[in-house]
Design a binder for this molecule. Sequence first.
Ligand SMILES: O=C(O)[C@H](CS(=O)(=O)O)OP(=O)(O)O
Length: 237
Amino acid sequence: MNKIEVCFSPELIHLHELQGKIVVVVDIFRATTTMVAALANGIEEISTFADLEECRRMKSQGFLIGGERNGQTVSGFDLGNSPVAFIKNEYSGQKLAMTTTNGTLAISKSANADEILIGAFPNLSATIAYIQKHRKDVLIHCAGWKGRFNLEDSLYAGALVKSLESSHEADEDGALAMKSLFEKEGHQLKGYLGQASHAKRLQNHGIEADIDFCLTLDLYDIVGKVENEKVKAVIKP
Ligand SMILES: O=C(O)[C@H](CS(=O)(=O)O)OP(=O)(O)O
């Protein structure tokens, strides 16, 4: 049986071994959900940047540039960090460069993993199917918020731990705790996560549609995967 564990913040990732594992990076609100929505709606590949100015420079190389700081679209960028911006296929065929507060940092801190997947509720089942097929130990890397624990990434971690229980043993307390949380609250994702502090921040920015989208299950049959430092869609797990 393989193992599954949870890291609750990029600040704690140094405590975990990444080599040989599939690392699932998750930032439900909103970076990884936005990446999955972008790929499912025709974006060819996504380059991620922790540094804002590096990301901005990609515009001159023909990239669409998307990003936020403190939840607000960066001045001069084409897009912010909203998954809903992609759902009408408007940017199909383009390459996206992206920088966000938490999600892109978690991806850069996962570089030593065997494989890096991009986790989101709208492609939860596809990601589960990919992991079941590839049979490796799994580490769920929650992006959290500015180094802190958050509810939404942790509940997603619980959903993965629960769904993989026949193939992956949760042998550490974080994974066991999140499985219990998902067993208790997973049936009412939108009700439970509506109280999360990041959901409230998004409400304050007037972007309730993003919350709803980020908590919708299984809209897409693709897996987001980092290949040669770009996030791409794997269509068939
Ligand atoms: O855009 C978001 O929702 C957040 C912004 S912040 O952390 O609330 O400042 O960024 P993300 O990297 O997607 O968590």
